[in-house]
Ligand binder design. Structure first.
Ligand code: NAD
Length: 486
């Protein structure tokens, strides 16, 4: 069993209180790690270490050197690729090929992309007329915000954490990261990488624990934390925003969703089915951008339901390292109970169960894990809880529609606004509908096709602010104007 410690000022430290919690494998509920739970003292030490780093070498380092170091971080992650794959797989139980092809390479890329961004981005300047005719020159500079609190979820832990740490460090900040209690391992491992490549001590700190009355709350309430970036549930975002109000700290929030996907009858049918088999079932449905509401134009509705059913029934459950398994468990038994409660609710609400609806029969010790069947319903009203609330499982409700106006109204009838995926071969319609759906990210004839330079974030209750490319710099730096009278 692994011992996972907090990483503060370049050193792994157990909490002075000796409080620890168990990390269990989602595969079989076995305890796989004992994690040190940071108390107020450890969070305070991490924040102090981050400030000390900003006062030291890191605070005066040239952009060029910082960029070199971030490239070295990315290269060291790649050198230790198998360790990261193994750690993330152990925490989440998700298939090895997803770790190897998406989550861990993206984690490394997050350091390179934002190193390139900070090196290449221009700042604005204005020549200003003055009554004496000599004029003035205004120019803007970017300064790091200071110490950034980074609060992370468990669903793609390394990719989502580095998506924040990469730009934060590229901009010259120091960070205190609070990974999810369900996925502590890769954040801890990254400390070794930081030390190996010579990132100054205190620039990257990790404190483990839970949310309320634990490390999460201690970080977000700490007056020494200058800004907070958070990915997780909208409800948690509300609590964090209240904490951030004290001291007027800035926030960047990537929150929940109840994303709609739209299939028009003229779509490439097979490509659409393939797209939805990913957007509904990938990562066992635990993707914030995933689709839980599918709207299909009536002429192809029945055929589409049957085709997606076939995809759901073809998933291969199994341990992540087993070659042909492509469907892992949910993150925990607790989350499994939450998803199953929606599976029951769907039936109570009068859904037609197309497939799934329960827990698969798993052999041996896997029977103890958080496994779940991919599930499809039809026949619910738009007001059903299962159609309104984020479930965060491998499930969707499919409803037919008859007109563009109708489907846009249905897609928008939610307090969330994270993403949508639209399938049609009529490009004029694709652009038209894309502009009308109130979300931060729209994919047309694709899903989860990411370019890290593009603005990423949610509308309505799905987020505040945008990250990605230069948009990350808006949050991780403060723009200051300097006016020179000529
Ligand atoms: P969560 O909100 O339960 O927890 C996220 C993190 O916040 C954890 O580290 C947790 O310990 C911490 N936390 C909880 N309460 C806190 C508090 N009061 N103060 C400070 N920290 C606190 O979310 P989760 O279950 O880990 O992740 C799933 C959610 O994340 C889903 O809603 C999903 O849609 C969302 N998500 C959104 C995006 C996006 O980009 N918009 C990406 C991934 C996940």
């Amino acid at each position: 069993m692994r011992q996972i410690e907090n990483f503060i000022a370049g050193e792994y430290r157990a909490a002075a209180s000796d409080r620890r919690f168990d990390k269990r494998s989602p595969l079989d509920n076995r305890v796989i790690a004992s994690v040190s739970e940071a108390g107020r003292d450890e969070v305070d030490a991490a924040v102090q270490a981050a400030h000390a780093a900003l006062q030291g070498e890191w605070g005066t380092m040239s952009t060029e050197r910082r960029v070199e170091l971030l490239y070295a971080v990315a290269n060291e992650i790649t050198r230790r690729f198998d360790d990261f794959v193994e750690a993330e797989m152990a925490d989440t139980g998700q298939p090895e090929h997803v770790m190897k092809h998406v989550f861990i390479p993206r984690g490394a890329a997050n350091f390179k992309v934002f190193a390139d961004t900070i090196k290449n981005v221009a700042s604005e300047s204005f020549r200003t007329d003055t009554p004496d005719g000599r004029g003035a020159l205004n120019y803007a500079i970017r300064k790091p915000k200071g110490v950034i609190g980074v609060i992370c979820p468990w669903n793609a832990p390394f990719m989502l954490m580095t998506w924040k740490v990469g730009p934060a460090l590229a901009c010259g900040n120091a960070v205190v990261v609070k990974p999810s209690e369900e996925s502590p391992q890769t954040a801890a491992l990254l400390g070794e990488v930081m030390n190996a490549v010579g990132i100054p001590k205190g620039v990257y700190n990790v404190v483990h624990g839970f949310g309320p009355d634990s490390a999460g709350e201690f970080v977000t309430r700490h007056p020494g934390v200058d800004a907070i970036t958070f990915t997780g549930e909208t409800r948690t975002g509300t609590a964090i925003m209240k904490a951030a109000a004290e001291g007027m700290r800035d926030v960047s929030f990537e929150l929940g969703g109840k994303n709609a996907g739209i299939v028009f009858a003229d779509a490439d049918f097979d490509a659409a089915v393939e797209g939805f088999s990913r957007s509904v079932f990938l990562n066992t449905g635990q993707v914030c951008l995933g689709t839980e509401r599918v709207y299909v134009e009536r002429p192809i509705f029945q055929r589409f339901v049957q085709a997606l059913k076939a995809k759901a029934e073809a998933v291969k459950y199994g341990r992540p390292e087993v070659h042909d398994s492509n469907f892992g468990p949910l993150i925990s038994l607790e989350h499994q109970q939450k998803v199953l409660s929606y599976y029951r609710k769907a039936i109570e609400e009068g859904a037609t169960l197309v497939t799934g609806g329960g827990v698969p029969d798993m052999p041996g010790e896997l029977a103890e894990g958080a496994w779940i069947q991919p599930t499809i319903w039809t026949g619910l009203s738009e007001t059903a809880a299962v159609v309104r609330e984020e479930i965060f499982g491998p499930c969707c409700h499919i409803a037919p529609f008859d007109s563009e106006d109708e489907v846009v109204a249905k897609a928008n009838a939610t307090e969330y606004g994270l993403s949508t995926t639209i399938w049609t071969s009529n490009l004029a319609r694709a652009h038209r509908v894309a502009e009308r759906v109130d979300v931060g990210i729209t994919w047309i004839n694709s899903w989860f096709l990411r370019d890290l330079r593009t603005p990423f974030g949610g509308s309505k209750q799905s987020g505040i602010g945008r990250e990605g490319g230069v948009h990350s710099l808006e949050f991780y730096t403060e723009t200051r104007n300097i006016c020179v009278k000529l």
